[in-house]
Ligand binder design. Structure first.
Ligand code: NAD
Ligand code: MG
Length: 390
């Protein structure tokens, strides 16, 4: 029996994780569930899955959750705040942590799970983008098992040899090929992008996801963050990572080998597949996802990305090449700009300009400690905020 903590249980990934867990009550129990503000949804999850602990974002939220659980006769212990998130990630009574908080807020608890040597199922790509070297060092030092949930990275993981040592050349790997759907604006006239609404940007053609990652998919910053994520997970340099537009989202990513072979993982676009893969690894379990019928799909298309249409992709490659805290600056500026777009404070085309200006203004430094990374994160957030309000 694996005891699971889900950070971000009320989000898109959290809900899909509980869906897979509910199909296998003989294999998995829920140790802790966390949510930021959707207290009623978290209460319903606690009543169904009976975790030992639940964590919310505020004291008021904790009071409300405790009252809801008491009324339902549910004995889950309720806590709140970042220290509690870290505690349920590192607790001796949990075996595996699904890191599915969105954004930088997930860094501390995800890192706590890595330091405690847990099986870390990583959806929260922003945590790895911000603190890549520190995070991978923590995994190596504790012996944590890191399994990617992002569909592209999960696909690449499945296409790599079993004992891959984060050294592409040694394994005969020439490239990792990250597929990208291109999002809702792949073919839209660029001149009309200034006026797109948050709802249009969040209407992803293939995947149903949280709003932040949906906007990231529309700008292709999501793919940019994934390029950096692939660098840390697989030890691939910027030159060894290629982005390929694939509108059908059936090929989830590929690995090229020096003998001419290209291995791909295919499936219907449903996050329950990588979630089930990571939960059961190295075994396989049913996920609830329908079998892929390639005769129904018919055609698979691939094309090169247009960096002029998607400047965020170029900004992310630049940040990866710059190294140090540059990816943390990029990530923080992006989080602020995306939120400002969702709040209708800036237009869609200003997202990349805000990030570029922050990257121009702020010198990056060495990512020598989590404190150094968080200090750069804070600087980038205030610079982005100033640019947006100015
Ligand atoms: P979401 O917005 O649906 O859910 C986010 C979760 O994080 C919620 O449970 C929320 O309560 C919690 N949260 C938000 N802010 C928080 C804070 N400040 N402190 C603590 N908890 C907080 O997001 P999602 O789509 O499920 O994405 C989660 C992560 O997984 C992101 O990093 C995203 O990039 C990654 N991811 C998602 C998908 C997908 O299909 N949704 C695919 C690949 C990767
Ligand atoms: Mg992805």
């Amino acid at each position: 029996m694996q005891r699971i903590t889900i950070l971000g249980a009320t989000g898109s990934i959290g809900v899909s994780t509980l869906d897979v867990i509910a199909r296998h009550p003989d294999r998995y129990s829920v140790y802790a569930l966390t949510a930021h503000s959707r207290v009623e949804e978290l209460a319903a999850q606690c009543i169904q899955f009976r975790p030992a602990r639940a964590v919310v974002g505020s004291a008021a939220g904790a009071e409300q959750l405790a009252a809801l659980l008491r009324a339902a006769g549910c004995r889950t212990e309720v806590e709140w705040g970042e220290a509690a998130l870290c505690a349920v990630s590192a607790a001796a009574d949990t075996d595996a942590v699904m890191a599915a908080i969105v954004g930088a807020a997930g860094l501390a608890p995800t890192l706590a799970a890595a330091r405690a040597g847990k099986k870390v199922m990583l959806a929260n790509k922003e945590a790895l983008v911000m603190s890549g070297q520190l995070f991978m060092d923590a995994v190596a030092a504790s012996g944590a098992v890191l399994l990617p949930i992002d569909s592209e990275h999960n696909a690449i993981f499945q296409c790599l040899p079993q004992h891959y040592g984060r050294a592409p050349a040694a394994a005969g790997v020439t490239k990792v090929l990250l597929t990208a759907s291109g999002g809702p604006f792949l073919k839209r006239d660029v001149a009309t992008l200034e006026n797109v609404t948050p709802d249009e940007a969040c209407k992803h053609p293939k995947w149903v996801m949280g709003r932040k990652i949906s906007v990231d998919s529309a700008t292709m910053m999501n793919k940019g963050l994934e390029v950096i994520e692939a660098h840390w997970l697989f030890g691939a340099s910027a030159e060894q990572i290629e982005v390929v537009i694939h509108p059908q989202s059936v090929v989830h990513s590929m690995v090229s080998y020096n003998d001419g072979s290209v291995l791909a993982e295919l499936g219907n676009p449903d996050m329950r597949t990588p979630i089930a893969h990571a939960l059961a690894y190295p075994e396989r379990i049913a996920s609830g996802v329908a079998q892929l019928d390639l005769t129904q799909v018919g055609t698979l298309q691939f094309e090169k990305p247009d960096f002029a249409r998607f400047p965020c992709l170029a900004l992310a490659f630049d940040a990866l090449r710059a190294g140090g805290t540059a990816p943390a600056l990029l990530n923080a500026a992006n989080e602020v700009a995306v939120q400002a777009f969702l709040d209708e404070r800036i237009g869609f085309r200003r997202i990349d300009r805000v990030i570029a200006q922050v990257m121009d203004e702020l010198p990056h430094g060495a990512a020598s400690s989590i404190e150094a990374v968080m200090a750069q994160d804070a600087l980038a957030r205030s610079a982005a905020e100033r640019i947006i309000s100015g």
